[in-house]
Write a protein that binds this ligand. Structure first.
Ligand SMILES: [Zn+2]
Length: 233
């Protein structure tokens, strides 16, 4: 019996991964781990709890706010900074990264999830990282995932430890289609939250959001490619 801990933010990708993990490892062997790191809004974490309730999986929240809040940060944690696909100031601009990139975030998240899961018998960590994301975060690439897997296995004396990244090579349309295959398309549309602005006041075919930020436009474009509207005759 393999147990898995799933990094679950409440967004589209990690919610799809949670459903994937339930299919792979069985309902009772999956724990959803959400991390509170000083996000500029709480909507994602609230939706994460709603989604775990709907799927009936064990949910745990870890608080890394003090740690990540004091590090370099980015527009995800600093409301003073604009959400930009290409940052125009700060360290992120020097590295041609989005303003939303938080240095070290996924490395810390993977370490925290493994430190939580491994002593509880979880030899799998499931993450929704995706190389094809327009954001191009360096800690969402295969080389990083492989290196983190090896480092954690060594650091925590768990040679069988593996990181599952089922979305790694999928684009957003592929992730939408996977959600449909897993039978959670309605749940992902209605309850997952991706919008950087924390806006759930407007409902589109692809779910709730401001409809304008980079996360909303990527989610909307992927949905349109996955499920094209029939042409009106
Ligand atoms: Zn938005």
């Amino acid at each position: 019996m393999t147990k898995a801990v799933v990094l679950h933010s409440g967004g589209q990708d990690s919610t799809t991964c949670l459903a994937w993990a339930i299919r792979e490892y069985g309902h009772d062997n999956v724990t959803a781990l959400s991390i509170e790191y000083g996000q500029r809004h709480h909507v994602e974490l609230e939706q994460a709890a709603v989604i775990c309730d709907a799927l009936g999986v064990r949910a745990v929240e870890l608080r890394l706010r003090d740690l990540l809040g004091d590090l370099a940060g980015g527009a995800l944690t600093d409301p003073e900074r604009a959400v930009q696909l290409h940052a125009t100031d700060g360290w992120q601009a020097d590295h041609d990264l989005p303003s939303t990139f938080i240095p070290g975030r996924n490395l810390l998240f993977f370490t925290a999830a493994a430190a939580y899961g491994i002593p509880r018998g979880c030899e799998r960590l499931v993450t929704g990282v995706c190389e094809a994301d327009r954001a191009g975060y360096p800690d969402c690439r295969a080389g990083f995932v492989d290196a983190a897997e090896e480092a954690i296995a060594l650091a925590m004396d768990t040679p069988n430890f593996l990181i599952d990244a089922p979305l790694l090579e999928l684009d957003k349309a592929g992730t939408w289609l996977l959600a449909e295959t897993l039978g959670v398309l309605g749940l992902v549309v209605e309850q997952s939250h991706t919008c950087y602005q924390g806006d759930r006041s407007k409902r589109y075919a692809w779910g709730y959001g401001c409809g304008e930020c980079p996360a909303c436009t990527e989610r909307a474009t992927g949905f349109g490619l996955a499920f094209p509207m029939p042409v009106q005759q």
